[in-house]
Design a binder for this molecule. Structure first.
Ligand code: ZN
Length: 207
């Protein structure tokens, strides 16, 4: 059993890594973003905050997370994706679950992240992700999915304004979290860009 935390700026591809790792090690992927987005009963002011990229109150996230970590399916291990985002959350997490084994930090230059997010377009049907700003990720026809011919869409919160705000907050708040796990000797920093290289490096670390 392995319990992992993946820390990375928005657009670093931690969702992709999480999926690959879940498959290889049979782990459960717990994404705070998905947990929040899937709460259809969220009130309007919360939805508005998510849309604007404002960080959500820690207590709401703890509640969602506590419920999720109480489920039986995490017994084989899990990957926490997008959490903890600040020191308060890191400390609070210790009260919910003690046995975090490894913390992986994906380091990516800001301009690279900006292109990945601003150009991101997603198939409304099969969920395949393309990018209009990155040559090898462009769809053959502008707004149409190569795989299923459905319409491609931008996510509502993938704007430059939201990106800048998220990135600045991210840098300011993440540093203390990295220090926190460094002291516990659980932190591994990876500064590679290719997703297969990153994946191989994580596999090496987990060994
Ligand atoms: Zn598609």
């Amino acid at each position: 059993m392995k319990n992992l935390i993946l820390i990375a700026p928005p657009g670093a591809g931690k969702g992709t890594q999480a999926k690959m790792l879940c498959k290889k090690y049979n782990l459960v992927h717990i994404s705070i973003g998905d947990l929040l987005r899937s709460q259809t009963d969220l009130n309007e002011s919360l939805k508005e905050k998510i849309k604007k990229g404002v960080l959500i109150d820690d207590n709401i996230i703890f509640e969602l997370l506590k419920n999720r970590l109480n489920k039986d399916d995490i017994k084989n291990g899990f990957i926490l994706d997008g959490f903890p985002r600040n020191l308060n959350q890191a400390i609070g997490l210790e009260n919910i679950i003690k046995n975090i084994d490894v913390v992986i930090y994906l380091e990516v230059p800001k301009k690279e992240l900006e292109n990945r997010i601003i150009g991101r377009i997603i198939c409304s049907n099969c969920g395949h992700v393309y990018n209009s700003l990155i040559e090898k990720l462009r769809p053959t026809n502008n707004d149409i999915c190569d795989i299923c011919n459905s319409k491609l869409e931008k996510r509502i919160d993938d704007t430059l304004e939201v990106f800048e705000k998220r990135y600045d907050t991210y840098i300011k708040e993440t540093q203390p979290v990295l220090e926190f796990y460094k002291k516990q000797e659980k932190l591994y920093t990876i500064n590679l860009l290719d997703k297969d290289e990153i994946f191989n490096e994580i596999v090496r670390i987990l060994k």
